[in-house]
Design a protein around this ligand. Structure first.
Ligand code: NDP
Length: 449
C-alpha cells in the first residue's frame, strides 16, 4: 500500500532519512502511518500539536556495553539496548530480547509497536523494548546468569516500577528474568515489581507464562465468531516452538482445533494426527533441545529442514509465533491456495507487507500482532497491579481477566475499523484504537517530549 496524502508521505520520508538502515523500524512505522491518514484528516488538532512527528521518535534510547566472562575464562562483549519510546499513558513497558539478530532498528520497531499494543489493553502502560545481540543458544546456566547480571548492572539505572518495567521476549523466559531480578534487588536493595514474568514464588503472576498464546487464541476465537466459525475441527499450523507457540498450541487444542505443525529456526515437524504437546514441552522447556528430536519418539511425525516450509502445510488457521518477517508474500499465496480462513499473529510483525496485502485482498480474517498478541503484556500489567497490591489472583481470576481484555481489544479494533472504513480491517482498527488514547494523552500533557 502507498500513501494518499503528502503530509504522511513527507513524514515517512523523514523517518527513513533520520533513522537510516533500520528497515524493520521503517516497515512498522509505515504500516501505522498508512492507517493514520484518515485520523489526521478527521482530527486536525493532532497535526497542529505535532503528535504524528513526535510519536515516531523515541523519548529516550540507552545503548550500553555488556561484558561477561564465559566458562573458559574468556571475556565476551555484547551490546545492550533499552528504547523508552512513549510514556504518555504509563511507565514504559515491553520485553527484553536476547538474539544475535538484535540491533537498534529491531528494538525500535518492537518498541514502536508496543505503544499501540499496550494502549489497546486498556491498562496504563507506555511503550518500550530492549535486549541484546547476545546469543543464548548453547550457553551454560552459569554463562546465562553472568550475562544477565552484567546486563542488569547497567539497565537498573534506567528502570523502576514507576519508570520502566521490562519483561521477557525471544530468548528471555523465567530463568533469565530470575537472574535479572536477583541482580536488580541486590544493586538497589529494593524488592519491587521492576520486571514482569517473574517466578511465582517471588511476585510473578499465575497465567503469565500462558498469556500470550492463550490470548492469541481468545482473539482468534472472537474473530472467527464474526463469520460463525470456531476452532472446532480446524487444522492449525503454528510456527515457532517457544513460549508463545507452545501455549497457543495448548489453547487451540483445548478449543477443539488440531495443531499439526510447529517449528524452530532450523526446521519444522508435521504430524497429521496432531502434535503431542507434553513431548514438546519436555523437549523445549525442560531439555532445551531442538525440535527435530520430537520425531525420534513419534513415528507418525516428519521433520523437514528449513523453517519457511511450514507454510506449505494445508491448514484452516495459521498462527505465526516465531519472529518478524517469517511469512512472506509467497508463503501467503500458498496458505491462501490451500484454503486458510484465518491468520492471527502471535509474533511481532511476522507477516511481510506483501503477505498482509495478500491476506487482506483475499478477504480472509487477518489479525496483526499488536492486537492478537497483546495478552502477554496485558497479563504483565496484571502482574504489576498484583505487585502493587502485594496480592495474588488465582489462575482462573487472571485467565478470566485476560479473556475479557482480548474480547475488549477485538471489540474496540472492530469499532475503530468500522468508523474509519472497513470493519474487517483489523490493521486499521488496531492502529487507530491504540493510537487515539495515546494521542489524546500526549495532547493533554502539552509539548513536553
Ligand atoms: P521464544 O524465545 O520462547 O521462542 C522463539 C521461537 O521462535 C523459537 O522456536 C525460535 O526458534 C523461533 N525463532 C526465533 N527467531 C527465529 C528466526 N530468526 N527464524 C526462525 N525462527 C525463529 O520467544 P517467544 O515465544 O517469547 O516470542 C516469539 C514471538 O512472539 C516474538 O516475535 C516475540 O516478540 C513475540 N511476543 C512474545 C511475547 C511473550 O510474552 N513472550 C508477547 C508478545 C509477542 P529457535 O529456538 O531455533 O531460535
Amino acid at each position: 500500500m502507498e500513501f494518499r496524502t503528502e503530509y504522511m508521505q513527507d513524514l515517512m520520508n523523514r523517518v527513513v532519512k533520520n533513522h537510516p538502515a533500520q528497515p524493520e523500524f521503517h516497515q512498522a512505522v509505515k504500516e501505522v502511518l498508512l492507517s493514520m491518514e484518515p485520523v489526521a484528516e478527521k482530527n486536525p488538532q493532532y497535526v497542529q500539536a505535532g503528535i504524528f512527528e513526535r510519536i515516531v521518535e523515541p523519548e529516550r534510547i540507552v545503548i550500553f556495553r555488556v561484558s561477561w566472562v564465559d566458562d573458559n575464562g574468556n571475556v565476551q562483549v555484547n551490546r545492550g539496548y533499552r528504547v523508552q519510546f512513549n510514556s504518555a499513558i504509563g511507565p514504559y513497558k515491553g520485553g527484553l530480547r536476547l538474539h544475535p539478530s538484535v540491533n537498534l532498528g529491531v528494538i525500535k520497531f518492537l518498541g514502536f509497536e508496543q505503544i499501540f499494543k499496550n494502549s489497546l489493553t486498556g491498562l496504563p502502560m507506555g511503550g518500550g523494548k530492549g535486549g541484546s545481540d547476545f546469543d543464548p543458544k548453547g550457553k551454560s546456566d552459569g554463562e546465562i546468569m553472568r550475562f544477565c547480571q552484567s546486563f542488569m548492572t547497567e539497565l537498573c539505572k534506567h528502570i523502576g516500577p514507576d519508570t520502566d518495567v521490562p519483561a521477557g521476549d525471544i530468548g528471555v523466559g523465567g530463568r533469565e528474568i530470575g537472574y535479572m531480578f536477583g541482580q536488580y534487588k541486590r544493586l538497589r536493595n529494593e524488592f519491587t515489581g521492576v520486571l514482569t514474568g517473574k517466578g511465582l514464588n517471588y511476585g510473578g503472576s499465575l497465567a503469565r507464562t500462558q498469556a500470550t498464546g492463550y490470548g492469541l487464541c481468545y482473539f482468534t476465537k472472537e474473530m472467527l465468531a464474526t463469520r460463525n466459525e470456531s476452532f472446532q475441527g480446524k487444522t492449525v499450523v503454528i510456527s515457532g516452538s517457544g513460549n508463545v507457540a507452545i501455549y497457543a498450541a495448548e489453547k487451540a487444542t483445548q478449543l477443539g482445533g488440531k495443531v499439526v505443525a510447529l517449528s524452530d529456526s532450523n526446521g519444522y515437524i508435521y504430524d497429521e494426527n496432531g502434535i503431542d504437546l507434553d513431548a514438546i514441552k519436555q523437549i523445549k522447556e525442560v531439555e532445551r533441545k531442538r525440535i527435530k528430536v520430537y520425531v525420534e519418539n513419534h513415528p507418525s511425525a516428519k521433520y523437514t529442514e528449513g523453517c519457511k516450509g511450514i507454510w506449505t502445510i494445508p491448514c484452516d488457521i495459521a498462527l505465526p509465533c516465531a519472529t518478524q518477517n517469517e511469512l512472506d508474500g509467497e508463503a501467503a499465496k500458498t496458505l491462501l491456495a490451500n484454503g486458510v480462513i484465518a491468520v492471527a499473529e502471535g509474533a511481532n510483525m511476522p507477516s511481510t507487507p506483501e503477505a498482509v496485502d495478500a491476506f487482506q485482498a483475499a478477504g480472509i480474517l487477518y489479525a496483526p500482532g499488536k492486537a492478537s498478541n497483546a495478552g502477554g503484556v496485558a497479563t504483565s500489567g496484571l502482574e504489576m497491579s498484583q505487585n502493587s497490591m502485594r496480592y495474588s489472583w488465582t489462575f482462573e481470576e487472571v485467565d478470566e481477566k485476560l479473556q475479557g481484555i482480548m474480547k475488549h481489544i477485538h471489540t474496540i479494533a472492530r469499532e475503530a475499523a468500522t468508523e474509519y472504513g472497513n470493519p474487517d480491517d483489523y490493521v486499521l482498527g488496531a492502529n487507530i484504537a491504540g493510537f487515539l488514547k495515546v494521542a489524546d494523552a500526549m495532547y493533554c500533557q502539552g509539548i513536553t517530549y
